[in-house]
Design a protein around this ligand. Structure first.
Ligand code: NAD
Ligand code: DAU
Length: 339
């Protein structure tokens, strides 16, 4: 792709989308970004203050399911980078319908419009959760590009459907697409409903950290800046109709060990940790084999979990005005989820 391309970024007011927009405009100041976001509870324009006056950045408040609006915007676009989604597993358990609307139907609207407008590349951001759950205790079993799909929550089922639709548009109509299935991102600007920012902000508020079930579940933690670099490499490669799985630089750390690390770094004590009712259908373990993107595009994660966690804690300590209102906005969800 050319460095002065116009990108349509969907969901750019969310966690990864806003990190990506800031990263991209810093690195490619000649490119243009249109950010289409409907500003759900998870969309936050205050995350984008550093770019809002950039003449190469345009924000459009709108829904990806609105085909008329999407068609109008797509006219000037070279590349689509599709982040917009309902992204929280616990919310999908309480209310799955909106996950199908946004993640499945919304992706379809974007694909149809991208095809009609002959865009150069459709890059779809997906998740390792489409592959289901790995057993604990077998460090050699990992997700790769050839792992069979086996989604187990309404969220992951909706993301799996969207991946299938993207590939169907590639195979059937020749749409030029790429997909990345990445593991759990963490870092600055993440909504404080997700495990790591929830733990950090609860401690700062003097509340307990809720650990689901036995706390032995394992995730593959990816620092969000490393994820932005992976997307950059995929967009700049001439690959098409390709999928890459993307994961972090992490030993297998169970959830309970993560909260103990957070408690220690923040100088609190372990009485702040509370075991609570398990998540329904809770996936046991995720682990990603990122050797394909490493071999083909030279990408590898660079930030260790210890380093990334310290940076993340520091960011939440310094940016209380960013997350405090969000915890208040979501108090009904928290009450329902942790009843
Ligand atoms: P997020 O929930 O923080 O942000 C989602 C953004 O999409 C918000 O700004 C929201 O307003 C917007 N949005 C939601 N519905 C919309 C709609 N109908 N129309 C327009 N905008 C809409 O999500 P995130 O954590 O930044 O995740 C971004 C993408 O990455 C998602 O597709 C998610 O499935 C995927 N992903 C996330 C992770 C992770 O760990 N966070 C890991 C793997 C994949
Ligand atoms: O793997 C990629 C996925 O990672 C993304 O596709 C999703 O969008 C993203 O939300 C994330 O899903 P998880 O369910 O893995 O992330 P979450 O932060 O919700 O939970 C991480 C782990 O922590 C998981 O094992 C559940 C556990 N947990 C979570 C919360 C919110 C707790 O023990 N207590 C909690 O309160």
């Amino acid at each position: 792709m050319k460095d002065n391309s116009t990108l349509l970024v969907t969901g750019g007011a969310g966690f990864i989308g806003s990190n990506f927009i800031i990263y991209w405009l810093n690195k490619y100041p000649e490119s243009k970004i249109i950010n289409l976001d409907s500003l759900t509870y998870a969309g936050n324009l205050s995350s984008l203050k550093t770019v809002e006056d950039n003449p190469n950045y345009t924000f459009i408040e709108g829904n990806i399911t609105n085909s008329e609006l999407v068609d109008k915007i797509m006219d000037d676009v070279d590349v689509v980078v599709h982040f917009a989604a309902e992204s929280h597993v616990d919310r999908s358990i309480l209310d799955p319908g909106i996950f199908l609307e946004t993640n499945v139907l919304g992706t379809h609207v974007l694909l149809a419009s991208a095809l009609k407008n002959k865009i150069d590349r459709f890059h779809h951001i997906s998740t390792d959760e489409v592959f289901g759950s790995l057993e604990l205790g077998n460090p050699n079993s990992k997700f790769s590009e050839s792992t069979a799909y086996d989604p187990r929550s309404p969220y992951s089922a909706s993301k799996a459907s969207s991946d299938h639709l993207v590939r169907a548009y590639g195979e059937t109509y020749g749409l030029n697409y790429t997909i990345t299935n990445c593991s759990n991102n963490y870092g600055e600007l993440q909504y404080p409903e997700k495990f790591i920012p929830l733990a950090i902000t609860n401690l700062m508020e003097g509340k307990k950290i809720p650990v689901y079930g036995d706390g032995l579940q394992v995730r593959d933690w990816l620092y969000v800046q490393d994820h932005c670099d992976a997307i950059d490499r995929v967009l700049h490669s001439d690959k098409s109709q390709e999928t890459y799985v993307v994961g972090g630089l992490t030993k297998e750390v169970p959830n309970i060990e993560i909260v103990k690390m957070i408690v220690e770094i923040m100088g609190k004590d372990e009485t702040q940790i509370e075991y609570v009712k398990d998540r329904a259908g809770h996936d046991r373990r995720y682990s990603v084999d990122w050797s394909k993107i490493n071999k083909e595009l030279g990408w590898k994660p660079t930030v260790s979990f210890e380093e990334g966690l310290k940076k993340t804690i520091e960011w939440y300590q310094l940016n209380q005005e960013w997350w405090k209102p969000l915890k208040i906005d979501s108090k009904d969800f928290f009450a329902k989820n942790y009843d």
